[in-house]
Design a protein around this ligand. Structure first.
Ligand SMILES: [Zn+2]
Ligand SMILES: [Zn+2]
Length: 104
């Protein structure tokens, strides 16, 4: 944070509708305009945002689509009700949308 160069008071953030934000000293007339400063900067990460797909609860795995040859597919698991039934993995090609199942 910034301190006043004149009286060393702690500068407080003020929101001025005309000029944007500024750091204002509560002890004297000093202020530091923040016009160029982006206040959202601290919230921005340098790492690329993870790719999100509209289909939620689906994960992507390396599975080849036998329709278009795409090597990535969404997959999700079906938990069947029957006690002796085993779970089924369902796949959906991320490229062409082709769906298939993998019984295990
Ligand atoms: Zn001051
Ligand atoms: Zn495909």
């Amino acid at each position: 944070m910034n301190f006043c160069p004149i009286c060393s008071n702690f500068l407080s953030l003020e929101n001025e509708s005309s000029t944007g934000y500024r750091l204002k000293c509560p002890g004297c007339v000093y202020y530091h305009p923040l016009k160029e400063m982006r206040l959202t900067k601290t919230f921005q990460s340098k790492e690329p945002a993870p790719i999100t797909y509209p289909q939620q609860n689906k994960q992507i795995t390396d599975e080849q689509c036998d329709k278009c040859g795409c090597l990535k597919a969404f997959f999700w698991e079906f938990q069947t009700r029957g006690a002796d039934e085993q779970s089924t993995i369902s796949f959906e090609c991320i490229k062409c949308g082709h769906k298939w199942k993998n019984d295990r």
